[in-house]
Design a protein. Structure first.
Length: 279
């Protein structure tokens, strides 16, 4: 069999999307993205084809390692090996080839997330030298909270109009896919709701309406416990398909936010590790 490792510059998104679906086909929850969803994912996270690596066997994509680079930092968007090609060391080979290219480009750090139960992938990442950076939780919010205290005035606004103010409302950095840079990349596909007075942003939420993904939500420390967060959640639910929201990669160390989420009709769906390494 003829095995080759290349970057992804010659691969179109249709082929990469199909390969990702094949690689995740036997997972407990198969990942079967439509091409439109895959395109959105790559645009949001910032696919860098030159930094990514693909292994092909006799012309068929056997393993993928899709990477983003932003501001001297790099991120693994997705990786996987098609089941029939596993056990040949392809994942390790493309990982090492990609990391070598990142080091040559003087990229400072590399990071990703992995599901807690995905011990196989985690084992590879640890073998490469990555370490656990923080624990992350994911939630499904299934309906509005009844008896919302207060009725803050919520407006819809463009992302660029609030982006510079959001950091003051964040107690922890959003993960790569939820970061300000990722929101900027898909700003035309998100809806931003806010509570704002003449002087500052008091609260905001950023929603992908097509999927119900809540990318960010924040309330200014001086404006908390006034019903702003709950009102923003309820407003986002009303704009989401089927009245459900997904919160992905919440920093599990934030007890206050966990208590807030648990006060809603919400359930934890997954747990992940955020992994990182210096290059």
């Amino acid at each position: 069999m003829n095995t080759t490792i290349t970057d992804a510059t010659g691969m179109d998104n249709t082929a990469l999307c199909r390969a990702m679906g094949d690689a995740f086909s036997d997972y407990a929850i198969p990942l079967n993205l439509s091409l439109a969803s895959f395109n959105f994912m790559m645009k949001q996270r910032g696919l860098d084809r030159g930094a990514s690596r693909i292994a092909t066997v006799d012309g068929q994509i056997a393993a993928i390692w899709l990477v983003s680079i932003r501001g001297g930092r790099s991120y693994l968007i997705s990786s996987g090996t098609v089941p029939k090609f596993r056990g040949r060391g392809l994942a390790t080979a493309i990982a090492k080839a990609s990391l070598a290219s990142l080091r040559s480009a003087r990229i400072g750090t590399f990071q990703t997330e992995v599901l807690v139960e995905n011990t196989t992938a985690a084992g590879l990442y640890f073998k490469l030298g990555m370490h656990t950076h923080r624990d992350l939780s994911c939630y499904a919010i299934t309906g509005p909270k009844p008896g919302t205290p207060g009725k803050p005035q919520i407006s819809e606004i463009g992302w660029s109009d609030i982006a510079q103010e959001t950091e003051a409302l964040q107690d922890w950095l959003p993960s790569w896919q939820n970061s300000n840079d990722s929101i900027k990349a898909v700003a035309d596909a998100v809806r931003c709701f806010c509570v704002k007075d003449d002087n500052r942003l008091n609260g905001y939420a950023v929603l992908v309406p097509d999927t119900g993904s809540l990318l960010q939500i924040g309330v200014h420390p001086d404006a908390r416990r006034q019903g702003i967060g709950t009102s923003l959640i309820n407003h986002a639910i009303a704009a989401a398909p089927n009245g459900q929201l997904r919160l992905v990669n919440v920093d599990a160390s934030d007890d206050g936010f966990a208590q807030f989420v648990q006060s809603l009709p919400a359930t934890q769906t997954q747990a992940q590790f955020a992994l990182a390494m210096a290059l």
